[in-house]
Design a protein around this ligand. Structure first.
Ligand code: PBG
Length: 326
């Protein structure tokens, strides 16, 4: 069968037809909104490299949580800026610190909002690496109990889900074991299973004050050239008990999202990271592209690639645009 019998344009003629045969849909239910929480009151500090994103004190975070629920966004991901940093990242597992305290507030005031916490050390250590450093090296095994402790403290505060982003080997198992020992067997782990050593994280490191003070993260985050290795990471994390798997960044790694989707049967999460966000924002500010259309197209492409859930700084805007369009 071929032209003129076959005419693909027949199904593109009207909006009703296009809607009828559409293969992928983007929904507000797919979104997670990342938030940066700082100590204090009434603080809403703009992040220069990420227009529209702020470091906020817990009272302001609560307002963000409310507006997420109003828009239909089911979940937020919390990143903390602690009051102090040390070699071990002790503030990452201090129950008095900003993330557990904010989790308690959110769960008390907005019980129906899903609160996910980022579990890592980079924002809590003086050197800015995601694990314990000895002789200039990031030590894997010494880091595991600290990450597990951070996850436990988040769970004790009431977090609905914990999301380790450090890329240490064996951390999902270490976290699962400690959570289970303390009877948090129902708290799921969203593993940043496939996290590349990417320049797309640049703006985030200002937002979270988490840039490494020496070297880079290539000894623990993945080489952007590798996709078979992504499947190895995924296999290991599933064996260790990961409930959801993340691929990060998203836009330059759609092939990886697709591969992970095909090889697994758990929800696949795409992280539309800070650099992807800031590129769009900068171009939109210059009037070089139409922000709403670009964002919805990018998010749709992540879903088409296989993502079930998308973490994105565009979540609130996109939720509004989706409402306007329907
Ligand atoms: C910390 C962490 C990073 C991001 C999320 N968790 C940065 C990094 O690895 O340096 C990046 C998120 C973004 O760029 O939006 N481990």
């Amino acid at each position: 069968m071929q032209f003129p019998t076959v005419r693909p344009r027949r199904l593109r003629r009207t909006e009703a037809l296009r809607r009828f045969v559409r293969e992928t849909t983007l929904s507000v239910n797919d979104f997670v909104y990342p938030l940066f929480v700082v100590h204090g009151k009434n603080i809403k500090e703009p992040i220069a490299s990420m227009p529209g994103v702020y470091q906020m004190s817990p009272d302001q975070i609560l307002r963000e949580g409310e507006s997420c629920l109003k828009l239909g966004i089911p979940a937020v991901m919390l990143f903390g800026l602690p009051a102090y940093k040390d070699e071990k990242g002790s503030s990452a597992f201090d129950p008095q610190e900003i993330v557990p305290q904010t989790v308690m507030l959110l769960k008390r005031e907005l019980p129906e909002l899903l609160v996910i916490t980022d579990v890592c050390l980079c924002g809590y250590t003086g050197h800015g690496h995601c694990g314990v450093v000895e002789n200039g090296e990031v030590k894997n095994d010494a880091t595991l109990p600290l990450l597990a402790q951070a996850a436990l403290v988040h769970a004790q505060a009431g977090a609905d889900m914990v999301a380790p982003s450090d890329m240490m080997d064996g951390r999902v198992a270490a976290i699962r074991k400690l959570l289970d020992q303390h009877h948090y067997e129902d708290i799921p782990i969203l593993s940043y299973a496939v996290k590349y050593a990417s320049a797309f994280y640049g703006p985030f490191r200002h937002a979270a004050d988490s840039a490494p003070q020496f070297g880079d993260r290539r000894s623990y985050q993945m080489d952007p050239a590798n996709i078979r290795e992504a499947l190895k990471e995924v296999e290991l994390d599933l064996a260790e008990g990961a409930d959801l798997l993340m691929v990060k960044p998203a836009l330059a790694y759609l092939d990886v999202i697709r591969a992970v989707k095909e090889k697994t049967n758990v929800p696949v999460v795409a992280y539309n990271v800070s650099g992807e966000y800031s590129l769009v924002k900068a171009a939109a500010e210059k009037g070089w592209l139409e922000e709403s259309k670009i964002v919805l197209e990018m998010l749709l492409s992540m879903k088409r690639a296989g993502a079930d859930i998308i973490l994105t700084y565009h979540a609130k805007d996109a939720a509004l645009w989706l409402q306007e369009r329907s």
